[in-house]
Design a binder for this molecule. Structure first.
Ligand code: GH3
Ligand code: MG
Length: 602
């Protein structure tokens, strides 16, 4: 087909017009024919194009209808909102959902169809949603036909290209019903909560297992204590029998009496410990629900001469994340490593080239190296195993029975038991300290002092050695409190406490006897030496600059001294009364003084 050329047609037409005068016979028939042909072709092309356009229009119409149908009947509310959140268009679903009619919706604020709570949330978020709808959604509650709010999530889009009669500034919004999703989330949260509860229960159970373990340790300790009690009890009973037999022999009877007293004292000591143990039992288990995890950083020393055994055990340990395992082939090597390194756990093979596992247990205990030990024994070596436990091992494992599970159990039990023992030891130490020390000054308390004084009197009588008792009281301490406050008063007490601790000899006992009164017990000390010491202390206090006092010395103390003489012994209370009356004299004599007790002047 000839290509339609509009320029050529135009030229030919111009020519025809110009040459109107030209006779038809002059027109080149060839040219005319070709022009008509071209026009015909062009007409056909135009018709084809028209046809295409008509088709496109029908398709567009069809799509429009489809879109309108979708827009209206999709189970999602579609809206077109303007910049201020007013409704420009709404689909049928929206009308149905909100039980509205089109005229009651158009040009109305969208938030009119929301619950009060939602309104606020929507209004506060709409501006940024409108400006950037792609990245944002808003959850709102629409008021529905049946009165139940419908939770809808708003998705937006800006369609700049399709104006469709809408103003320039608008946004298309889909409000998707997420009630089901919210319900599902709620259910999920409930499930999660149930899981958390179940987990808590498991943890509680684990804690109770640990508590049982702790009680086991306590029982073991109680067992050991019973064992300890047994010996002095036997001794006591034996001595009673002997005394019975030696009824008529006073020196022998006295000897047995002394032995009975000693045995009694030992029993009393053990009983005291049992009492403190009971105390501890009522304490809640510290550390709560923490369960031993074998994947923590635990360093292990394994004393094993057989390389094959070491390697296979090491592999099992590595599988549990315990990669820091060191081998020592002999006891000697093991001792060296223990001296120079810190380990969390010790595995000892019972039979070693230079001795047996017990040698090492003894060494560890002698050196007070603190770590849990597991003894690896031969098969059927129950005697060795029980001996190992008695000598301080935490557990034992027969070599042939070592597998992943037994090893893991044994190690976690030993570590946990060790941790519990440490806690118990610490608690007992703290309890022991608490019961003999004064909290504020760190000096011994009055109870401890009374016990010590009784001991010192007994000792002095036995060994014929004198000792001094001094009572020190701060002068006008009430004024310190009144002038500078109670806090300043406490500072003075603490200061004097630490000065006393520095000042006294190792065997001296200093205690806080009462509020601002201190008592000193000076073994092997006569009146002169006690006075010298107290005088030095008096001067030290007099010159000391306590912080609260803007650097000026101002605190003084008065002291009363008495001496216990084994040749004319007095009781504990009498001795304290002597020191007190001397102190009273020092106060009456003007304070900041030391007064000796003088029996002749009483
Ligand atoms: P004196 O020279 O006669 O000993 O006079 P004093 O003021 O030191 O004696 P007094 O017995 O009249 O007052 C003792 C004061 O010590 C009263 C009390 O409030 C105070 N005190 C007792 N214990 C504490 C304490 O732990 N902290 C403080 N800040 N003050 C205490
Ligand atoms: Mg005082």
């Amino acid at each position: 087909m000839n290509k339609f050329n509009p320029d050529k047609i135009r030229k030919t037409a111009e020519q025809i017009a110009k040459e109107k005068a030209i006779r038809l016979s002059d027109v080149n028939y060839e040219d005319l024919h070709s022009v008509l042909q071209e026009l015909h072709v062009h007409q056909i092309e135009l018709e084809l194009q028209n046809e295409e356009l008509r088709n496109a229009q029908v398709r567009l119409e069809h799509q429009k209808n489809k879109f309108a149908e979708l827009f209206n009947s999709a189970p999602v509310s579609f809206l077109v909102l303007d910049k201020g959140g007013f409704i420009l268009e709404a689909n049928k679903t929206f009308l149905k959902t909100t039980a509205s009619e089109m005229k009651g919706v158009l040009r109305k604020p969208f938030h009119d169809f929301m619950t009060t709570d939602s309104k606020k949330a929507f209004l506060s978020q709409y501006k940024s949603f409108y400006n950037n709808p792609k990245d944002k959604t808003i959850d709102v509650e629409l008021i529905t036909e049946n009165g139940n709010p419908l939770i809808a999530r708003l998705y937006g889009s800006q369609d700049e290209n399709i104006k469709d009669g809408l103003p320039d500034e608008h946004i298309r919004v889909a409000a998707v019903d997420i009630n089901a999703q919210v319900e599902a989330e709620k259910k999920q949260n409930i499930t999660i909560q149930k899981l958390i509860d179940a987990n808590m229960k498991i943890k509680e159970q684990q804690a109770s297992i640990i508590e049982q373990e702790r009680l086991k340790v306590l029982l073991q300790m109680a067992g050991a204590t019973a064992h300890e009690l047994n010996q002095p009890l036997m001794y006591l009973l034996g001595s009673l029998d002997l005394m019975e037999m030696n009824k008529d022999n006073p020196p022998a009877r006295d000897r047995h009496m002394t032995n009975i007293r000693k045995a009694g004292e030992r029993i009393a000591n053990v009983t005291k410990r049992i009492q403190s143990l009971r105390h501890d039992k009522t304490k809640p288990y510290p550390g709560g629900t923490e369960i031993i995890q074998l994947d923590q950083d635990i360093t292990i020393l394994y004393i094993e001469d057989d390389d094959a055994s070491f390697i296979s055990t090491k592999k099992m340990l590595e599988k549990q994340g315990l990669s820091e395992v060191t081998q020592a082939g002999t006891i000697r090597e093991g001792k060296q490593l223990l001296e120079n390194n810190e380990y969390d756990l010790l595995l000892i093979d019972y039979k070693l080239p230079d001795g047996d596992g017990f040698d090492l247990l003894g060494y560890i205990q002698g050196r007070e190296i603190k770590l849990p030990v597991i003894m690896i024994t031969g098969q059927g070596d129950e005697q060795v195993a029980s001996m190992a436990i008695r000598k301080g091992a935490y557990d034992y494992l027969p070599k042939a029975a070592i597998d992943q599970a037994s090893l893991s159990n044994c190690i976690s039990n030993a570590l946990e038991k060790y941790r519990l023992n440490q806690e118990i030891a610490l608690a007992m130490k703290q309890m022991a300290e608490m019961s003999i020390k004064d909290e504020l000054t760190g000096l011994y308390n009055r109870r401890y002092f009374n016990d010590s004084l009784a001991n010192e009197i007994a000792r002095s009588k036995r060994y014929k050695e004198d000792f001094a008792l001094c009572m020190i009281d701060i002068d006008h301490f009430k004024q310190v409190n009144d002038t500078f406050g109670h806090q300043a008063g406490d500072t003075v007490l603490t200061g004097i406490g630490s000065m006393l601790l520095q000042f006294m000899r190792k065997n001296d006992i200093s205690c806080r006897y009462g509020g601002e009164e201190f008592a000193l017990l000076l073994p092997h000390t006569d009146m002169n030496n006690a006075e010298k010491l107290c005088e030095r202390f008096r001067r030290k206090i007099e010159n000391h600059k306590f912080e609260f006092n803007s650097g000026k010395p101002g605190i003084t103390v008065s002291t009363g001294i008495t001496v216990f003489t084994s040749s004319s012994p007095v009781g504990r209370e009498e001795l304290i009364a002597q020191a007190d009356s001397s102190l009273y004299k020092a106060k009456n004599d003007g304070r900041n003084k030391i007064t000796r007790y003088d029996a002749s002047k009483q």
